[in-house]
Design a protein around this ligand. Structure first.
Ligand code: AMP
Ligand code: GLY
Length: 444
């Protein structure tokens, strides 16, 4: 089978790395890819921002299976284009991708379907939005409706900060049309969990749980980023909580989408806040998370193509997902300036020595290769991912690998996975949770 992966980040490196192991794989391509991905397959330097270009590329290389990493092509309808031609693609349709493409759609959908989420108001003018703020305490959350590459959410501590965000989004249109309409939302507190599932529309395979680290600095300080690291450990969710999330959030979401005529297939990411009243949905993403994909795929033992075949044939219930019991940790190395404007063009050293440690994989994101040297080319540069017999061991190994790597201005969080270690100290029995590591299927 000829496989094409679309995207150029750490998530796409992890997808290509995992798909390359598939028994069905004969040739694997990635567009546009990055220097790390060239170790796994052939990279094709194509601008993949238009669905038509992706379709043309898949035709040209005779791809049997196309896997989409990022949200933008899904929201603009690449899956519909492929399905019209009868070509196999992994992702939701344009109508289903609105769960991520429009925060207003997602919030109103949750309200209609009784899915637990924060209280909110939709506003389509600056004045209406400012008026709506009066109905909320502080902090308050301001969200642009459309895709904003992680820049569309502000958790405002003061009314002035909220008004400034509204002024930028709605009046100055700093995010273009994405910020013309906004959601004002109550601020929820608790621990965040990234809960991602695979679905064929009839049954659900939950992936192992992960926790992202969105803020740029240790202890969740500083502005939000695309994600500074993530880890996966069974102790993140006990089985009872996981079952409640499945029955109160995941199944109602998928059943609701189907009932409204927009059946959802493939990866669906539930960004959850574990509040004192239980799990509530912060956001949906219609894809794997980045960096969550790295620790998740490191733990996956099953053949990913078999899971994708299950989705295509509507027979996911018959496919088992097997997971390694060992936790995994991904530490993102970022450029000076990120999440603002990153400094790029710095020489990267030590990444080979890092991988030589064993149990470590260095996933590339913002890198470029030039005259036999690796340089930085973006904000998030590398995702150093390690596995270990326990969470402490995985963390130790990931940071030992990080210690081998250097580039000018490199910064990273030193507390990836620390929340997990604190949880295990508070509740050591979680170290041996009786988690179903095979399948964990449930019906919609
Ligand atoms: P989103 O793009 O909706 O995922 O939001 C990005 C991040 O903003 C989330 O991961 C949370 O850290 C934060 N966030 C979003 N909505 C809320 C909320 N209602 N309460 C608290 N934090 C939130
Ligand atoms: N790590 C969060 C995301 O992929 O949106």
């Amino acid at each position: 089978m000829r496989i094409l992966v679309i995207g150029s980040g750490g998530r796409e490196h992890a997808l290509t790395w995992k798909l390359r192991e598939s028994l069905s794989m004969e040739e694997i391509y990635c567009a546009p890819g990055n220097p790390g991905i060239t170790q796994e397959g052939e990279c094709l330097p194509v601008d993949v921002s238009q669905p038509q270009v992706i379709l043309e590329l898949a035709r040209q290389i005779k791809a049997d299976l196309t896997v989409i990493g990022p949200e933008a092509p899904l929201v603009t309808g690449v899956v519909d284009e492929f399905e019209k031609e009868g070509l196999w693609i992994v992702g939701p349709t344009k109508a289903a991708a609105r769960l991520e493409g429009s925060k207003i759609f997602a919030k109103q959908f949750m309200q209609r379907q009784g899915i637990p989420t924060g209280r909110f108001v939709v506003a389509d003018s600056f004045d209406a939005a400012v008026k709506a703020l009066a109905g909320f305490g502080l902090p308050v959350v301001v969200k642009a409706d459309g895709l904003a590459a992680g820049k569309g959410v502000v958790v405002a501590k003061t009314r002035e900060e909220a008004e400034r965000a509204l002024d930028e989004f709605v009046r100055q249109k700093t995010l273009g049309r994405a910020g013309e309409r906004v959601v004002i939302e109550e601020c929820l507190t608790g621990e965040e969990v990234s809960f991602i599932v695979l679905t064929d529309g009839q049954s659900v395979v939950p992936l192992v749980p992960t926790q992202d680290h969105k803020a740029v600095f240790d202890n969740d300080q500083g502005p939000n980023t695309g994600g500074m690291g993530a880890y996966s450990d069974d102790s993140i969710l006990d089985e009872r909580t996981r079952d409640i999330i499945l029955s109160k959030i995941v199944v109602p979401t998928l059943a609701g989408m189907a009932a409204e005529g927009n059946p959802f297939r493939c990866f669906l990411y539930f960004g959850l806040m574990m509040t004192a009243e239980g799990a509530k949905v912060l956001e949906y993403n219609v894809r794997l998370g980045d960096p969550e994909a790295q620790p998740i795929l490191m733990r996956l033992r099953s053949d990913l193509v078999d899971l994708f075949k299950g989705i295509r044939e509507g027979k996911l219930a018959a496919v088992e997902a097997h997971w390694s019991p060992n936790p995994s940790v991904c530490v993102v190395l970022a450029s000076r300036g990120y999440p603002g404007k990153p400094e790029v063009g710095k020489v990267i050293t030590g990444y080979e020595a890092a991988e030589a440690l064993g149990g470590v994989k260095v996933f590339h994101a913002g890198t470029t290769f030039h005259e036999r040297q690796l340089f930085t080319s973006g904000g998030r540069v590398l995702g150093v991912t390690a596995t270990g017999a326990d969470l402490a061991g995985a963390i130790e190994r990931a940071y030992a690998a990080v210690g081998k790597i250097h580039f000018d201005g490199m910064h990273f969080r030193r507390d990836i996975g620390a929340k997990g270690l604190r949880r295990l100290t508070r509740a050591p029995e979680r170290n041996n949770l009786p988690v179903r590591r095979v399948s964990g299927q449930c019906k919609i």
